[in-house]
Design a protein around this ligand. Structure first.
Ligand SMILES: [Zn+2]
Length: 397
């Protein structure tokens, strides 16, 4: 069994140890040391990385059978002695996030009686609170309280208490494991059973900032960042908001207002554009109607355009067939050619039956509709080919 030195000291990150066992794990060499500061993935905290002699440590796990700690490395190392180095920036980041999590979890209990049901620590840091709602006021108050604990710079202590002592400790959450419990106390503020690595004083956590709160099934998921992560996030967001302010030529605090204004202007423009399009379509329809042959029988309008939207053709066809005794055969050439056939209510012709042979001319089988209006296409076709398809339809009338 490996002596787990990180239990009593989470700051030492270079040390020497003796290799007591060599094995293979998932096709990689693995080393067991007589003692280690390397933290294995457990309790929601990811493993440490680093090096042992010339080898890179790519994973650290606790063996279930005897709790020995396996240091999975990328290459063999000959020596019986191990010169070990833990990637400190990664470890200290986890210490900041993990300690911050203890503090925020307790803060949510004090402010909103919201217990932490689970937490996740990786690239993101979240806690799931066992409540279905959380008011914005409570979120701010919990964040304020958590940051007050940070500025109090309370000492953090971890130890294995005796059973008698354990009875008297006001644990935040009933422990899930049997056996000896390691208690982590944050001043007098929070007591939790935890095997992870934590900072020695709350001040080292730095800023605790909630980023997002959202519903996750029956819980409220709180995403937050601590210390250097929070600083990096602030820096990135500051660049974004400064750029937005520069783009809008306004102050940072006026960005929201500028976006609201832009959005409402955009809505007005969209409405205007829609009206203009409708008006244009109506004018076009009037011209086609004026050019219809002057006859007592059915009047056929046949038109071909390049690259017109199916939707526009259909709107035009519907408007034209509001007039009595009209059959329209409309086509658009291009990469996605379209045919739209329609008739007035007082015309006795089946548009779907008319469309199918015309579609065949342009080599498409995609089309549908009913006896009143039918449409299809979706294949590339030249203007000449569309013209040929419309001729074919006209011939079948
Ligand atoms: Zn912990």
């Amino acid at each position: 069994m490996t002596e787990r030195l990180y239990y009593s000291d989470s700051y030492t990150h270079t040390f020497n140890a003796r290799i007591i066992e060599r094995l293979t794990h998932s096709n990689h060499p693995a080393l067991i040391l007589d003692k280690t500061f390397f933290y294995p993935t457990s309790g929601g905290q990811p493993n440490d990385l680093g090096s042992i002699n010339q080898a890179q440590v790519i994973d650290v796990i606790a063996r279930e059978s005897d709790h020995a700690i396996l240091h999975i490395v990328d290459r063999e190392t000959d020596s019986g002695d191990a010169a070990c180095s833990i990637e400190w920036s990664r470890r200290f980041d986890f210490m900041q996030q993990h300690t911050g999590q203890h503090i925020l979890s307790q803060a949510f209990i004090r402010i909103a009686r919201a217990e932490t049901a689970s937490f996740h620590l990786g690239d993101s840091l979240t806690i799931d609170l066992a409540v279905e709602k959380l008011s914005p006021d409570f979120i701010d108050q919990a964040e304020d309280l958590a940051n007050r604990i940070v500025t109090d710079n309370a000492p953090i202590r971890s130890w294995f208490p005796s059973d008698d002592e354990l009875q008297k400790i006001p644990l935040r959450k009933a422990p899930e494991i049997d056996g000896r419990l390691r208690i982590v106390a944050i001043g007098e503020f929070d007591f939790t059973a935890c095997g992870g690595t934590h900072v020695a004083h709350t001040g080292e956590v730095g800023l605790i900032k909630i980023i997002k709160v959202e519903r996750a099934k029956k819980a409220m998921r709180v995403e937050f960042m601590c210390g250097k992560r929070a600083l990096r996030d602030y820096r990135r967001k500051n660049v974004i908001v400064n750029q937005l302010a520069a783009d809008f030529t306004c102050g940072v605090l006026e960005v929201e207002q500028s976006i609201d204004k832009l959005r409402s202007e955009n809505q007005t423009r969209s409405k205007e554009l829609k009206e203009l399009r409708l008006r244009g379509l109506e004018e076009e329809a009037q011209k086609i109607i004026a050019a219809l042959p002057d006859t007592w029988g059915n009047r056929v309008a046949k038109r071909v355009w390049a690259n017109r939207e199916m939707d526009e053709l259909r709107k035009l066809a519907m408007r034209l067939t509001d007039e009595p005794k009209v059959i329209v055969l409309l086509g658009s050439s291009g990469a996605k050619a379209n045919l739209v056939f329609a008739r007035s209510a007082d015309v006795d012709q089946d548009m779907k039956a008319l469309l199918m042979p015309a579609l065949k001319v342009i080599g498409s089988e995609k089309g549908g509709g009913d006896s009143r209006l039918a449409q299809g296409g979706g294949v590339p076709a030249s203007e000449e080919l569309i013209e040929k398809a419309l001729q074919e339809a006209k011939k079948n009338l």
